[in-house]
Design a protein around this ligand. Structure first.
Ligand SMILES: [Zn+2]
Length: 346
């Protein structure tokens, strides 16, 4: 309980800061608006909006711009300050929960963060080393990460101009394992070499310099690295939370219908929802088996069973289909002994 009080105290501090910040923000913006509209009034009073401003007025105008800039900067800085207090709450929870996480469990995440930090400052080497070491596993995921990292490295050589020409040509060898999958991209990259002397920025290949690619590569790296660790990019808590947000309205509707029709017996099985709710592909993390006979998802107590003909049904369905100690497959009418069926695992 004491631990909760400690965390709560930190939380109070953050909430207080937020409140103060909100009020301060409102006040500053209000003042600024007042000042700017006063100035506008003054300008319209002079009546010659398109003629040249007097020296005094133009001085006032530039002071006004400075004031706006300063206020915005100050507000941004204050907002940043709150981040410190928020992270203190997290630290308080870590400290008070008394959970020690072994360094070897943290290590993969620390490594990924180091690589990501480097990517953010456009240092591709750590990410390239990581991706090359894990090439097989990444390709099995259909990942384009390694190719895209090589591509960006190549582009960074291009920006150096003609002095990097030989190095760029040499580096192009790294595209070889991806030639089949990314043929078109590689052709574009090689084509850009023609404009090296001229400068890529003044060429039809200007799009190669798009800075959004750097944000994209960070996202691709995070997603693929998490996939290799068998994790979703979002935390399990946030995934459960958003799944709940999607499912809740549908469940509330069903609840209302059940109550209206007074058929409360429908929701009998504790580990199963009364209806299927589609959460979209991004919420798929593992395969599920739904019995084609009973139209129910398999569970630990009712697992999928493979018959000797190769058809798969749930154990409950299998038991229901036994007739005189024999089982007839509902798909191909092959007769077999129920004991020949084997449980399968997803
Ligand atoms: Zn069969």
């Amino acid at each position: 309980m004491d631990q909760c009080v400690c965390v709560e105290r930190e939380l109070e501090k953050v909430l207080h800061k937020f409140l103060m910040y909100g009020q301060h923000c409102d006040r500053s913006l209000e003042e600024l608006l007042h000042y700017v509209s006063g100035l506008r009034q003054e300008l319209s009073n002079t009546g010659h909006l398109d003629s040249q401003l007097s020296a005094t007025l133009s001085l006032v105008m530039s002071q006004c711009c400075k004031k706006i800039k300063d206020t915005v900067q100050k507000l941004a800085l204050d907002h940043k300050d709150i981040h410190g207090s928020v992270s203190k709450v997290g630290k308080a929870i870590d400290r008070e929960s008394g959970i020690c996480i072994d360094l070897c469990q943290k290590e993969p995440f620390l490594e990924l963060n180091r690589i990501l930090e480097a990517l953010r400052v456009r240092d591709l080497r750590p990410a390239l080393e990581w991706a090359m070491a894990k090439r097989e596993r990444l390709l099995a995921l259909n990942s384009t990460l390694e190719f895209k990292l090589h591509r960006l490295y190549f582009i960074s050589l291009l920006t150096g101009g003609v002095i990097n020409q030989i190095e760029a040509l040499e580096y192009a060898k790294n595209f070889q394992p991806f030639a089949h999958q990314h043929q078109r991209d590689i052709q574009v990259l090689m084509g850009s070499l023609v404009y090296l002397r001229h400068g890529i920025a003044n060429s039809p290949y200007l799009h190669l310099l798009d800075s959004n690619q750097w944000a994209d590569i960070c996202d691709i790296f995070t997603r693929d690295a998490c996939a290799l660790l068998g994790l979703s990019v979002e935390s399990p808590l946030s995934v459960s939370f958003s799944a709940g947000c999607l499912a809740l309205p549908v469940l509330l509707n069903i609840k209302a219908v059940i109550e209206q029709r007074q058929c409360t017996g429908i929701w009998s099985q504790k580990d199963e929802l009364p209806i299927e709710i589609e959460l979209g592909k991004k919420c798929w993390y593992h395969s599920v088996f739904a019995c084609p006979i009973l139209r129910q998802q398999a569970t630990q107590s009712n697992p999928p069973m493979k018959l000797i003909c190769g058809h798969v049904i749930s154990r409950d369905a299998l038991n229901k289909l036994i007739n005189g100690g024999k089982l007839k497959c509902p798909y191909c009418p092959m007769e077999q002994a129920p004991s020949d069926a084997k449980q399968i695992y997803f």
